[in-house]
Write a protein of this length. Structure first.
Length: 245
């Protein structure tokens, strides 16, 4: 996000600083919280962040996080207006940047703003991506159709994405807390018959703020206290799904 999003002229110092809070403060607060509850994080990281914040990569690697590719930058969404050549190069450059920064080639993908073209799934499968998080149309992972390779959907709970709730819709944080616990209760109950999935997409510049992080801690504590809950990375979930297919 920048001047176009906020309506402020360039340089949008407030907009930039607000997001940088996530890299400077919020991510460490959330990482400590996840570690406290034994929840392994799956980090969607774009090429700009991966290549410009090596100290952050080092810290997250020490926490055992999985890194998945997230495009080149947060404001470069994939759309059908891209040519196939441009999109393929964009995806390759993103994957290569994460590989270079982390030392491990990513197997997951989350497009900036969940954006895709009609070609994206096929290109991702050809590049060895095993799962994509752009499709919020299920409560379980599922196999997607690709002519080359194998790729799964790992659905994100889109209505619980904090950019939608806090940044765009201004949902009060206590209401957001109840939305998460209510979602968990329903999925946990249904999971007695067939496993259910709850993927929370949170951003450190939002949920890492002190007054929101307090509520996030309550939510994670609530979830972690329940029995029969598997805390897993995206890759672990997809590998389990592939074995059962």
């Amino acid at each position: 996000g920048g001047a176009a999003e906020s309506g402020r002229p360039f340089p949008d110092i407030i907009g930039f600083s607000l997001r940088e809070y996530g890299q400077r403060i919020g991510i460490y607060r959330i990482a400590a919280m996840l570690n406290r509850y034994g929840i392994p994080a799956t980090i969607a990281i774009d090429a700009d962040i991966a290549l410009n914040y090596p100290f952050l990569i080092k810290h997250l690697r020490s926490k055992g996080c999985e890194f998945i590719a997230h495009g080149m930058s947060s404001n470069q969404m994939i759309t059908s207006r891209m040519t196939e050549t441009f999109e393929r190069d964009y995806i390759k450059r993103s994957i290569n940047a994460i590989t270079q920064a982390t030392g491990t080639r990513p197997v997951g993908w989350l497009g900036p703003e969940y954006g895709e073209s009609q070609r994206t799934i096929e290109i991702l499968a050809q590049e060895g991506i095993l799962y994509v998080c752009d499709w919020p149309n299920d409560d379980q992972p599922y196999a997607m159709k690709a002519q080359t390779g194998s790729i799964y959907s790992l659905p994100v709970a889109l209505d619980l994405d904090d950019t939608f709730t806090h940044y765009y819709k201004n949902v009060p944080v206590d209401v957001y807390t109840k939305m998460i616990t209510d979602t968990f209760d329903v999925l946990h109950s249904e999971g007695t018959e067939s496993g259910r999935l709850m993927v929370l997409n949170i951003h450190p510049w939002l949920m890492g703020q002190p007054f929101r992080s307090k509520h996030l801690d309550q939510e994670l504590k609530y979830i972690s206290a329940r029995k029969n809950v598997w805390k897993a990375t995206g890759r672990e979930i997809i590998m389990w799904s592939r074995q059962g297919a």
